[in-house]
Ligand binder design. Structure first.
Ligand code: HEM
Length: 293
């Protein structure tokens, strides 16, 4: 499709060109390194370059690799950044929970002087990836695991109240009947996750409030319906990066909690706004206090 060269479109093309050039620079760097290392590496980019180099059977084109990189960057960056932002907001406004988490992190990972190595992080990581893969294949809610730590409970509660993705869409592939509502094949359905996450019939009378303890017996038992937490969606097209996002968020929170006590600054304006991801309209100013080492 052709687009008119309006100011907005020209800016978009320039931006797209810049993103493409940046990605190509990263890819060329990897291709150069691969000549010495005799392999592309085992991360996502390495696997895609391997698929691109398959001689006569080239499985992925360079354009497809660039598109995948953009998808992962877009899907993975702001979502996790805003999970951390809202977790900071909720912990900043609930200092008793902040202190509980700090004690847990110090107990499991040691103080600020102790490097945050894999073993310590694993203690904060109870979303087991094998269970996750099994769950994906069986269409079971991938987060339904019991016996979690408080950091995880706080992150789930943050995802419930201020999940980065407020709405997802699906197309009905067959005629359906949703509790008496006829849905013809081809209908586009909008699933309002943010609304469903505050439904008192599902989450109880305190659905609007911050209560991480609702997740104390695992995600599946936190609400009247086992698959009620939809922050990472559900089923075969659910978020492929959810384990990574939870681990990244736990690691970052652990690093912050060990070094700082924090509160929300008085100039903060509470205006959650959906710009593709849910974010505070005017940012989240915080006041940090350096803790004794
Ligand atoms: C808190 C962080 C995150 C949240 C709340 C989140 C949420 C979601 C949701 C709701 C979907 C489904 C969208 C739909 O059904 O239309 C999705 C898909 C996806 N996410 Fe995430 N995500 C997060 C982090 C990440 C990270 C870190 C990555 C990559 C490293 C990632 C990669 C993807 C990809 C590739 C898809 C598409 C999967 C597919 O279509 O099969 N996400 N995410």
């Amino acid at each position: 499709m052709e687009y008119a060269p309006t100011k907005a479109n020209v800016r978009r093309w320039q931006l797209e060109r810049k993103v493409r050039d940046t990605l190509m620079a990263i890819i060329h760097e990897r291709l150069d390194a691969a000549r010495v290392a005799r392999g592309y590496g085992t991360d996502l980019l390495g696997l895609m370059l391997e698929a691109n180099s398959g001689g006569g059977k080239r499985v992925m084109s360079m354009d497809e690799i660039i598109d995948e990189c953009k998808t992962f960057f877009f899907a993975g960056h702001d979502t996790t950044a805003h999970l951390l932002t809202w977790a900071m907001f909720l912990l900043g406004t609930h200092p008793e929970w902040q202190q509980r988490l700090r004690e847990e992190v110090l107990r499991e990972c040691g103080g600020a002087g102790t490097p945050l190595h894999g073993d310590a992080l694993n203690k904060l990581k109870l979303v087991n990836s094998q269970v996750f893969l099994f769950a994906r294949s069986r269409l079971i809610h991938p987060l339904r695991l019991a016996g979690d730590l408080q950091v995880t409970m706080v992150l789930y509660e943050t995802l419930r109240l201020y999940g980065a993705v407020s709405m997802i869409g699906r197309v009905a592939t067959a005629d359906a009947d949703l509790c008496g509502v006829k849905v013809p094949r081809g209908t586009v359905l909008a699933i309002p996750i943010a609304m469903l996450h505050r439904d008192e019939e599902v989450w109880g009378a305190d659905a609007g409030g911050f209560n991480p303890l609702r997740f104390r017996d695992g995600v599946g038992r936190a609400a009247a319906l086992p698959g009620a937490l939809l922050s990472f969606s559900s089923g075969p097209r659910s978020c492929i990066g959810q384990d990574f996002a939870m681990l990244e968020a736990k690691a970052t929170l652990a690093l912050v909690l060990r070094r700082f006590a924090f509160g929300v600054a008085p100039e903060y304006v509470h205006a959650p706004t959906d710009f593709l991801t849910l974010q505070p309209l005017q940012g989240l100013p915080v006041v940090l206090k350096l803790l004794d080492p």
